[in-house]
Write a protein that binds this ligand. Structure first.
Ligand code: SD4
Length: 339
């Protein structure tokens, strides 16, 4: 495993986060720690998927510094890649469905209370992660989809916006002639990766998780992946740790990937080994999964970070206190070299 240390602090500012309707402010009271779940590490830890996880971690760390509010920090961190048009698998700039429409999925989870909030297949709203938080905090439900999710967001003061950038439209147009939807199980589209997922343990030992994605590029309208489904794309429990997934959502659904990793960790399995066992389960069931992106990162409540990926290229961003690090994860199934 190669390690690369990136700059401390000094990355993306959080100015883009201003003006969110009624969001918990940067100075909101911290969420209460769960009794007996002290942070034995003594400093907050944030782990996120992919290189854009660095910017997310940086923003989250700054929120933690000013308010100590872990859930707010996860949400505000994820909002950075959601707003970045260069990230083609999250928020604005995300690749659209087969009809050229961007549909977004997101979820949040509070590991103290096991409360969750999620939206799926939502169109025209820039920050699905913030809407997911509202679903958790201000609705009696856990998951809202499609037009209902959008209506809920508008009712909470979010505004409608165009999520399809010129770049994403061009990519879709270039593919349109040859686009034929590949049913689940036929392999991940190479354009289909890089969901942002974050797990955070705050100074009190409380654990929070969130993830946000535009899902599979060129998907069928209405397709929902693993990311907004608790237990598939994310899970956290402050007694154990937190997990987020990235890759082919249909395959995580079949094994309840994130929940499976948490339950192995609960039984004492090391985070990296737990992820390996769960990914192996997916590969054992279907050998084609060796060549499809299925990747996960986990944080155990003692501060141990684990990760695994079927294929090469996966990276995780880890922040401990003020130290940010991007780490390449070696694939569990390296592609065979061609002679
Ligand atoms: C999905 N898991 O919708 C998401 C896509 C993804 O990295 O993670 N890409 O299937």
């Amino acid at each position: 495993m190669r390690r690369r240390t990136f700059l401390k602090n000094g990355m993306l500012g959080i100015g883009a986060l201003a003006g969110l309707p009624g969001a918990r402010g940067a100075f909101a009271a911290p969420e209460p720690a769960a009794a007996g779940r002290e942070n034995r590490v003594g400093e907050p830890i944030i782990v996120s998927t992919w290189s854009h996880g660095m910017a997310a971690n940086n923003a989250a760390a700054r929120i933690l510094q000013v308010s100590g509010a872990g859930m707010t920090a996860v949400v505000r961190g994820i909002m950075i890649p959601e707003a970045d048009p260069k990230v083609t698998s999250v928020g604005r700039g995300g690749y659209p469905n087969i009809d050229g429409v961007v549909e977004l999925d997101a979820a949040v989870m509070n590991g103290n209370t096991l409360e969750v909030g999620a939206v799926a297949g939502m169109q025209g709203i820039l920050h699905p992660i913030a809407v997911a938080e509202k679903v958790m905090d201000e609705s009696p439900h856990t998951l809202l989809v499609g037009a209902g999710a959008k209506q809920f967001a508008l009712s909470k003061g979010f505004t409608e916006t165009n999520l399809l950038t010129d770049g994403a439209k061009k990519a879709w147009e270039a593919r349109r002639g040859g686009l034929k939807y590949k049913p689940a199980g036929s392999g991940a589209d190479p354009d289909n990766h890089d969901t942002i997922g974050s797990v955070l343990m705050d100074a009190s030992g409380s654990i929070f998780a969130g993830c946000s994605t535009s899902g599979a590029a060129w998907k069928l309208p209405g397709r929902v992946g693993d990311s907004p489904i608790v237990g598939h794309g994310l899970y956290c429990d402050s007694d154990v740790g937190g997990v987020v997934a990235t890759g082919l959502g249909e395959e995580f659904a079949k094994i309840c990937g994130s929940f499976a990793v948490i339950e192995l960790m609960r039984q004492g399995v090391e985070p990296t080994e737990a992820i390996r066992q769960v990914l192996e389960r997916a590969v054992k069931r279907d050998g084609r999964n060796k060549g499809r992106l299925l990747a996960m990162v986990a944080l155990r409540r003692d501060g141990t970070v684990g990760a695994g990926s079927t294929t090469p290229g996966f990276q995780i961003a880890v922040t401990r206190g003020t130290k940010h690090e991007l780490t390449d994860i070696a694939p569990l199934y390296p592609p065979k070299k061609k002679d």
